[in-house]
Design a protein around this ligand. Sequence first.
Ligand SMILES: NC(=O)C1=CN([C@@H]2O[C@H](COP(=O)(O)OP(=O)(O)OC[C@H]3O[C@@H](n4cnc5c(N)ncnc54)[C@H](OP(=O)(O)O)[C@@H]3O)[C@@H](O)[C@H]2O)C=CC1
Ligand SMILES: O=C(O)C1=N[C@H](C(=O)O)C[C@H](O)C1
Length: 242
Amino acid sequence: MSTIGIIGSAGRMGQAIAKALADAGEDLAGGVDQDGDVAAVAAKADVLIDFSSPTALEANLDAAMAAGVPIVIGTTGLEERHHWLIDSAAQTIPVLQTGNTSLGVTLLAHLVREAASRLGEDWDIEIVETHHRMKVDAPSGTALLLGEAAADGRGVGLADSAVRGRDGITGQREAGTIGFAALRGGTVAGDHTVHFLADNERLALSHMAENRSIFAKGAVRAAQWLQGQKPGRYTMPEVLGL
Ligand SMILES: NC(=O)C1=CN([C@@H]2O[C@H](COP(=O)(O)OP(=O)(O)OC[C@H]3O[C@@H](n4cnc5c(N)ncnc54)[C@H](OP(=O)(O)O)[C@@H]3O)[C@@H](O)[C@H]2O)C=CC1
Ligand SMILES: O=C(O)C1=N[C@H](C(=O)O)C[C@H](O)C1
């Protein structure tokens, strides 16, 4: 049993994680939200779980490093500079960052990498995601994670091949690009489909989240696993042994 601190504790995910912690028999070190004292929670915790906001990331990593505790980061909408901060913190403490903590999406990313590596560039790749009306970032962290998997399978960088939304006279589709489209509305917990489109045939690989419990369970499992690790940056396939 361990004592876990939640950053973003009053949010949709924070509440789901508190329930998952109780279900798993883990203790809650405390929770923190905007204007809360993250250092105080970190000092009482064996591990931190952060599902809050990119604006909080630097302070959260600093608090984790000062307390010498591992941190699971599920927050999305991260930019390049956030990934530098994570890489730097991972030299001191164990850090796991992922756009999706569910088992299903972790396996989906593996399947997408495999499909992209076997299908040639004549198969266009488009990623479509649907989320609830409260979501503030696009494309979703999961869509980007799946895009990374597709790009990796093709042996290219996502930054060089991503097309993040289209509007107006866009011109014809450029071969080798990976397109993203985001739908927002209702209470959808998170749907993702990676479309592979060729001449006369299409393949679609999908995941549908029915509620947030799958992300919360995965986050708790990652937090439990991360406590035994050396400083470094880790991923969900390592946690789940996939
Ligand atoms: N990786 C994954 O598997 C998943 C990731 N997510 C991601 O998790 C994040 C949270 O999602 P969700 O719970 O739906 O969002 P909510 O808006 O419901 O919750 C966010 C919480 O973070 C708090 N917060 C905001 N700024 C700070 C700060 N500076 N310091 C500490 N806490 C802060 C908010 O507090 P306050 O109300 O006081 O502002 C709020 O309680 C998003 O980035 C989302 O995309 C979501 C689901 C799964
Ligand atoms: O904000 C959400 O709700 C979700 N965010 C994550 C993302 O950006 O991919 C994961 C999940 O899809 C729900």
